[in-house]
Every structure is written in structure tokens, then in C-alpha cells.
Design a protein around this ligand. Structure first.
Ligand code: ADP
Ligand code: MG
Length: 210
């Protein structure tokens, strides 16, 4: 079967980065070639932009600059990494993609969703994930987990709870608008249960996986 493109979405601390590696292992066990990648980043140029994006003070960039930075990084990632991988028959698992821009800069920061969608058409070159796993976790639990892991890339975690609540609501709205693409994962569950839910969801979505 053709290689698929799966994005992992949701707020901080839902377990996206933890589970992406586990799903990759599971798919490799089924004989698939798999690339795990992340946004912003995933190509040399985009990783340089990532450093600008995720470090420093919470108000380092205004919302529009943020949207432009991450969209430039996404364009590079799609053209240099994701499209070539899919063309070579490699499954691509991506830790955040265009929905993160709608959620963070749109619902979180309050930028125009229409403007952001126009920008995403350019950034993604029209590429849409075959499946988007939405890691839905209550804000307090997610931030608590993220705090335990905190490194230098904590610029968004330091934003107020209202931002994170708007973000969570934004993901719910995005998922409801595109039920064919989104699947909700109950990310408040224990690690092993989340892993099982991810695998069940992927197996159900792609029944010819083997
Ligand atoms: N289901 C879970 N239950 C408890 N802790 C978890 C769970 N999933 C992830 N964690 C822990 O929470 C922290 C954040 O997980 P991470 O995968 O980095 O989330 P994300 O990438 O969605 O921000 C990590 O320390 C991770 O080990
Ligand atoms: Mg992560």
C-alpha cells in the first residue's frame, strides 16, 4: 500500500513525542519504512527556524511573525523532507503540522483563521495528512507533565492558562470540522493505554496495513 502521512497534534504534555516513537516501532514491525519528524523543524533550514521559534521570552515574536516563521519552516520541511519521503514509499509521522498553526496562532493568539489557512495552503504545498491523531488532555494535566520535562524549549508552556484553554477548544473545533481526518486520542490515560489507542486507531484507519 502507499505510504501514509500521519500528524500528531494537541497541546503541551499530551504525549505526542512519546507516542510517535512507539507508533514508528509498531509500523516498522509491520515491514514499513518510517520517518519520524517534527515541526517546526524536520529539515536543516527548518531546524534553524525552530530555534528562533521555541526559545526566548514568551512575547519574543508577535503572532503574525510567529505564523510566518513556522510557515516558512513548514514549507521547507514539506519540500525537502516530507514529500521526498512519501514519494520513496516511506511513512511519515510528524510531531505537529499545519493544525498547530491554526490552534496556536489562530485560536490561541487570536489571529485570523482565514489568513492562517491561506498561509497554510502555501506552506504545505497542498499536502494534507491522511490521518491526524489529536492528543486530547486536560490543560492542567498536560502542563504538569510538560513542566516535569521542561528544557530550554518552553516558550509556549510559560503562556497563561487561558491561552492553553483556548488552544484545547481550538483543537476540538478543528477536529469536529474534519471528522474524516481527525481521530481523538484520550491522552489523559496511562502511557500503555494511550499507546494501545494510537495503534488501534491507525490499524482501523488503514485496514490494509497487514
Ligand atoms: N500517558 C501518559 N501518562 C503519564 N505521563 C506521560 C504520558 N504521556 C507522556 N507522559 C510524560 O509527559 C511528559 C510530556 O510528554 P511528551 O511526549 O513530551 O508530550 P508532548 O510531546 O505532547 O508535549 C513526558 O515526560 C512524558 O514521559
Ligand atoms: Mg513534544
Amino acid at each position: 500500500m502507499t505510504a501514509r502521512f500521519i500528524s500528531f497534534e494537541g497541546g503541551e504534555g499530551g504525549g505526542k513525542s512519546t507516542q510517535i516513537a512507539r507508533l514508528a516501532d509498531w509500523l516498522r514491525g509491520r515491514g514499513k519504512s518510517v520517518l519520524t519528524t517534527r515541526e517546526p523543524g524536520g529539515s536543516p533550514g527548518a531546524e534553524e527556524i525552530r530555534t528562533l521559534f521555541v526559545t526566548g521570552a514568551a512575547d519574543r515574536w508577535d503572532g503574525v511573525t510567529e505564523a510566518l516563521l513556522v510557515s516558512a519552516a513548514r514549507r521547507d520541511h514539506v519540500m525537502k523532507t516530507i514529500r521526498p519521503a512519501l514519494a520513496a514509499g516511506t511513512w511519515v509521522l510528524c510531531d505537529r503540522f499545519a493544525d498547530s498553526t491554526l490552534a496556536y496562532q489562530g485560536y490561541g493568539r487570536g489571529l485570523s483563521l482565514e489568513m492562517l489557512k491561506t498561509l497554510q495552503a502555501l506552506a504545505t504545498d497542498g499536502l494534507t495528512p491522511d490521518l491526524t491523531l489529536w492528543f486530547d488532555v486536560p490543560v492542567t494535566i498536560g502542563l504538569h507533565r510538560a513542566a516535569a520535562r521542561r528544557g530550554t524549549e518552553a516558550r509556549f508552556e510559560s503562556l497563561d492558562t487561558g491561552f492553553h484553554e483556548r488552544l484545547a477548544q481550538g483543537y476540538a473545533t478543528l477536529a469536529a470540522a474534519e471528522p474524516a481526518r481527525f481521530r481523538r486520542i484520550d491522552a489523559a490515560a496511562p502511557l500503555a493505554a494511550v499507546e494501545a489507542a494510537v495503534i488501534d486507531t491507525v490499524a482501523a484507519r488503514f485496514p490494509d496495513l497487514g
